[in-house]
Design a binder for this molecule. Structure first.
Ligand SMILES: Nc1ncnc2c1ncn2[C@@H]1O[C@H](COP(=O)(O)OP(=O)(O)OP(=O)(O)O)[C@@H](O)[C@H]1O
Ligand SMILES: [Mg+2]
Length: 266
């Protein structure tokens, strides 16, 4: 597996968010992406998954040397791309179990059939591994789940779907200390030469459990520095100002709202 992001420019509603981002993730590698709020980390994950609100202005995303930017979300998912969302969406009317079952079934080859008994055992095992509690399978997807349950549910899906490349967007946010350890251990268990992992996080504590091979710092829509563990410690202690200073990056101008230019006033 090889995911290649080439000089990617992405906008949303006319605002350029990603500005020349390059990244290569090979199977077996774990990449951590850190960076200040609003710098485009979730945008990167969403555009790789095919979120329709974001527009690619230029550049390309290749999976195993094939461009995927024209492919739909479900095509990308079937190709092995997975996104654990920063804010998992609630889907009333679809049970957690049926959602995962449908996702697994659509990945099967035409001649294959889902062996329901085996599937149920696997689902129950994954639920237990993530301490999801009984009954969660038959509740509507994420509806009324606690913050931590939603995050653990994303990892349950990952376990069931066996992706080739997984973006975990702030999988640590909202997790208590025990759940963080649990998620860390479950994700580490999934590491394999076939899986490329991209962890988006603000904090060292997740990376204590899931050791990254590369640590990237993203500022103003592109990766400006790549290193190893030493970067995590430094960011944890000192934030990002030193990176900006070292690289001569100016803070982006934030335009104040002006009532005079508000269309509703006219
Ligand atoms: N629908 C939208 N319309 C306008 N701007 C948007 C929209 N969605 C996202 N943005 C902007 O894009 C920028 C990048 O957002 P993104 O969610 O990728 O940041 P992030 O690096 O993941 O931040 P955080 O660490 O807070 O999660 C932000 O300034 C955000 O306000
Ligand atoms: Mg984000």
């Amino acid at each position: 597996m090889k995911l290649q992001i080439k000089d990617l420019y992405v906008s949303i509603e006319g605002n350029m968010i990603l500005k020349g981002l390059n990244l290569i993730v090979n199977g077996g590698e774990t990449h951590a992406i850190m960076g200040p709020n609003g710098t485009g980390k979730s945008t990167l994950a969403q555009i790789c998954m095919g979120h329709p609100s974001y527009k690619i202005e230029s550049g390309d995303i290749l999976l195993d040397d094939e461009s995927i930017i024209e492919k739909t979300v479900d095509e990308r998912s079937r190709m092995g791309i997975f996104l654990a969302m920063q804010n998992p969406i609630e889907v009333p009317g679809v049970t957690n179990f049926d959602f995962v079952k449908a996702a697994v079934q659509t990945r099967m080859k035409k001649a294959e059939h889902l062996r329901i008994g085996r599937f149920i055992l696997k689902f129950e095992k994954a639920s237990q591994d993530l301490k999801m509690g009984q009954g969660l399978a038959h509740r509507f997807l994420n509806q009324g789940f606690s913050g931590g349950e939603k995050k653990r549910n994303e990892i349950l899906q990952m376990k069931m779907l066996n992706p080739k490349i997984a973006f975990l967007d702030e999988i640590d946010s909202g997790l208590d200390v025990d759940a963080l350890k649990l998620v860390g251990e479950n994700v580490t268990e999934l590491k394999s030469p076939e899986l490329g992992l991209v962890l988006i996080t603000h904090y060292q504590r997740l990376l204590d459990y899931i050791t990254p091979d590369f640590v990237h710092i993203m500022i103003n829509g592109k990766i400006v520095m790549t290193g190893k563990d030493e970067l995590i410690n430094k960011i944890d202690q000192e934030g990002y100002d030193w990176v900006k200073k070292e690289l001569g990056i100016e803070d982006e101008e934030v335009k104040p709202y002006s009532l005079g230019t508000c269309p509703s006033k006219h």
